[in-house]
Design a protein around this ligand. Structure first.
Ligand code: 8YV
Length: 321
């Protein structure tokens, strides 16, 4: 494989290892420096840059877009593009691509794993054995069945649908809320997040992290879920009012939570670390070798395609031609 050296592409932000490796096999590109080196770097290179490649946090904000006068496209390694200022990109006619579909099954597996671990208390049971409590204190307390549970899915998109399909195998009754009712869906539609939460045993958050989804799961939704209810989040921490969530979990206002995402990653509220009814993952929704490779290769296909044809393969925003 020949490595193409170009200043027309700029890497912005931290990359997960698979993407960094796959990209380095094909491209030698500059990295946007942080701190005091950024200004001199931009003075020298900004006008060369046509495409930015990024991978979620910390993303591409309006200032970065403004600093690159000839930017035409932003290629994101990841499905969620919430760390990219889409309004700023749209105003300039800059295209944005993501990596949909290839991660849906793996993220759905993570959601089901979190639901099982939380309701059946598998993590707590494992800790119980390791701490020698089985022999000392006797049998582990009963947990809650996932089989036959009423599950609400907030955001019945590609990932939400994959979660629902898996849960049908557990004989779960599935309901959902979306901005728009999904035509022809076999699942019960709830008119609002509160109505959905009120009618289910577990609420699984699978929305995008766009600005309009911010704190969609607010205190009222969490209270509607109630002391017998479980919250699972594989979307973005910003979608849930984390302060209210912590308060309700600490005070017994929710039965438990399984969280792969947090409001200020990698920081997790200290109160959650001591709760046995909470399962905490370090944002590993899509983190399998196969899926991370598929994501990286799809992001690179977008980059290759844009440089060759000015078309993105999986655009979220189409570039103005
Ligand atoms: C990754 C994700 O953690 O696709 C997303 O939106 O949140 C995750 O799959 C992220 O893209 C890092 O590469």
């Amino acid at each position: 494989m020949t490595v193409r050296k170009t200043n027309a592409v700029l890497r912005v932000g931290a990359f997960e290892p698979t993407f960094a490796d796959e990209l380095a096999k094909r491209y030698e590109i500059p990295i946007l420096p942080d701190g005091p080196q950024r200004t001199p770097f931009l003075a020298e290179h900004a006008s060369d840059v046509r495409v930015v490649v990024t991978s979620g946090h910390p993303g591409v904000d309006a200032d970065t877009i403004a600093a690159l006068p000839n930017l035409e496209a932003i290629v994101n390694n990841g499905a969620g593009v919430d760390a990219i200022d889409l309004d700023a990109a749209k105003r300039r006619g800059i295209g944005v691509s993501n990596t949909p579909d290839v991660l849906s099954d793996t993220v759905a597996d993570t959601a089901v794993g979190l639901l099982l671990m939380t309701a059946r208390r598998f993590g707590a049971a494992d800790r119980y054995v390791r701490a020698g409590r089985w022999a000392r204190d006797g049998p582990f307390p009963y947990a809650t069945d996932v089989s036959g549970m009423q599950v609400g899915i907030l955001g019945l998109g590609r990932i939400g649908s994959a979660i629902a399909t898996r849960l049908l195998g557990f004989d779960c009754a599935i309901a959902y809320h979306n901005r728009h009712r999904v035509e022809g869906s076999r699942y019960r539609y709830a008119e609002s997040p509160v109505q959905l939460a009120r009618s289910v045993d577990a609420l699984v958050v699978a929305t995008t992290g766009e600005h309009r989804a911010r704190k969609l799961v607010d205190r009222a939704v969490l209270e509607a879920l109630g002391p017998e209810g479980y919250l699972i989040n594989v979307a973005r921490g910003s979608v849930v009012d984390q302060e209210a969530l912590v308060e309700l979990l600490v005070g017994g206002g929710l039965a438990g939570a399984g969280l792969d995402v947090f409001a200020d990653e990698p920081h997790v509220p200290a109160e959650l670390l001591n709760l046995d009814n909470v399962v905490l993952f370090p944002h590993i929704g899509s983190a399998t070798g196969r899926t991370r490779t598929a994501m990286a290769l799809l992001a690179i296909r977008n980059l290759d395609s844009y440089l060759a044809t000015k078309e993105l393969v999986t655009p979220v925003l189409r570039p103005r031609s």
